[in-house]
Design a protein around this ligand. Sequence first.
Ligand SMILES: [Zn+2]
Length: 259
Amino acid sequence: MLIDSHAHIYDEELLPYGGADAVINSMAADGLEYIVCVGCDVPTSRTCVELADKNLGIYATVGVHPYDADTVTAGNLDVLRKLAAHGKVVAIGEIGLDFHRPNSDKPTQIAAMERQYDLARDLKLPTVYHIRDGFGEFYEFAKTRDFPEGAVLHCFSGSAEIAEYYVKKGFYISFSGTVTYKNAVNLKRAAQAVPLDRLIVETDSPYLTPDPLRGKINFPKNVALVAQCLAEIKNIPVSEMERITCENTKRVFGIANGR
Ligand SMILES: [Zn+2]
C-alpha cells in the first residue's frame, strides 16, 4: 500500500477522467491507502476539507500557495483557521516561495509564508512548503525558526546539502515524479542523502508525471513509480520503500494518531 502525500485531485485537469470521485473510487484497486489532498488557495482548501469529510481515505491540508500570496489577508487567514479545525486537516500548506514564475513580489510572498507559519504554530500543525528558486530566501526564514510539529519540503528541488540541512531541522523531504527523470542527477543524489526515516513520496497530481509516463496527466496511483525510483536509489526492495514512506507520512501528518 502507498500514500500519495501531496495531490490536487480537485484540479480541473482531472475532470475529463471523472475528477476526484474517479480517483477516490479506484484507490483500493490502485493500492493507495490514503491521499493527502492539498489546498492552494481558500476555495481549493475548502474543497479539500469537503473531500476529506466525505471520504475515509482522504486527508486535507489548507493554505495559500505563493502564486496567490497577495490573497493572504487577515480575513482569509481567519477562514483558513476555521477550515483547519476539521479533524482531518493534517497540515497548513502548500505555502512557500516561488521565484521561478512569480505572481507576486518577494516581500509579499515572504510575508504570506510567515503569517501562515504563525497560524500553523498556533494550531500545532505541521507545514508543507513549495520552494522553487527560493532556497536562499527560505534559509533566511527557516534559520531563525523551529518546526516542532514537523514540516515537509514538497516536490523537493534542491541539492543534497540543502536536504541534509532541513533533515537536521526536523523536516521530511518529499520527492515527486521529477526524481524519476533521466537528467535528474542532483535530485537523485539528494534522495540518496536523505535518511530513510525522512523520505516521503507524492505525485503533485495532475502535474509532474513520473517517467515513463511523462507528458501525460498524472494520477495519484503513479506515486508507485516514485517509490520504485527511490527504492532503486536506496537499493532496498520496493515493498520496503512503500512501507517506510507510508509510516513516515503518517508520522509527520499525525495520521497514525487518528487525526
Ligand atoms: Zn502542489
